[in-house]
Design a protein around this ligand. Structure first.
Ligand SMILES: C[S@@+](CC[C@H](N)C(=O)[O-])C[C@H]1O[C@@H](n2cnc3c(N)ncnc32)[C@H](O)[C@@H]1O
Length: 241
């Protein structure tokens, strides 16, 4: 089992995370739908709706992976342009292969880059989304500072991330699913059980919501708030520049 505390240096975590996503990149979308019973679509839809005041963009989709959120961002607004940044080339490649033939493929610009040193000038984007990526950053505050830097004044940050349900009925069921069922099924389908053990331990070891909200404030964000979804299995964290 890979505990988040296993990494003593940021570079070690970056290498581990990049290699793991590279190894599962071909099966990532299938596993996502399978393991979340497609509820992830609803979570992405909810997140994207919060950017409806910026229908054209540009929007930054950070840790974009195989581009599921970039697709939703461009589906909900027909003129919106999205820069999709991820440091794992294989995740982006698989996302590009699966882009639909409509004009969304001309409005999504995938770029290989590090979320802790975003390859874009200051004050560029109306919105920045990060779906299931912040937990994977090696230096969270550095990443949040970069998100703040590249947003325009008035721009909005939306972080969609796993949190931990507190409902006493849901909590044990979810914990059993996350620690036992998920790595086993994911191991069978992806051939890489360790990647999904990391998923479980990284969720367990991630900051409490209040701590992440405090870090967002420290990075400069205002009007910071959290919206729990699906019994708090995930949360949307919102901040403004
Ligand atoms: C769980 S996937 C999420 C992908 C996608 N956003 C989604 O909603 O399914 C996390 C992604 O974060 C990327 N990632 C992790 N650390 C990163 C960093 N420092 N810079 C850029 N991408 C990073 C990984 O390569 C991976 O593709």
């Amino acid at each position: 089992m890979v505990e988040p505390s296993t990494f003593s240096r940021p570079d070690e975590k970056k290498k581990f995370v990049r290699d793991k996503f590279s190894a599962i990149s071909g099966r990532y979308d299938l596993l996502n739908s399978l393991l979340s019973l497609q509820i992830d679509r609803y979570w992405r839809w909810k997140t994207t709706r919060l950017l409806r005041q910026f229908p054209t963009g540009p929007v930054l989709d950070l840790c974009a992976g195989t581009l599921p959120l970039s697709l939703e961002l461009t589906r909900q607004a027909r003129e919106r342009r999205v820069l999709a940044v991820d440091f794992c080339e294989d995740m982006l490649k698989n996302g590009k292969k699966a882009l639909p033939s409509d004009n969304r493929k001309d409005r999504i610009f995938p770029v290989c880059g590090d979320g802790e040193e975003i390859p874009a000038p200051a004050d560029t984007f109306y919105g920045c989304t990060v779906a299931f990526g912040v937990r994977n950053l090696a230096r969270t505050l550095q990443g949040l500072g970069e998100m703040y830097r590249v947003l325009r004044p008035g721009g909005k940050l939306l972080i969609l991330e796993f949190s931990r349900p507190t409902n006493p009925l849901i909590k044990p069921v979810y914990s059993f699913y996350l620690n036992k069922v998920l790595p086993w099924v994911a191991g069978l389908v992806s051939g890489d059980k360790e990647a999904y053990e990391y998923l479980a331990s990284s969720i367990a070891g991630f900051y409490e919501p209040e701590v992440l909200l405090a870090m967002m404030r420290e990075a400069g964000f205002t009007q910071v708030e959290r919206k729990p979804l699906s019994f708090g299995i995930v949360s949307i964290y919102i901040g403004s520049k």
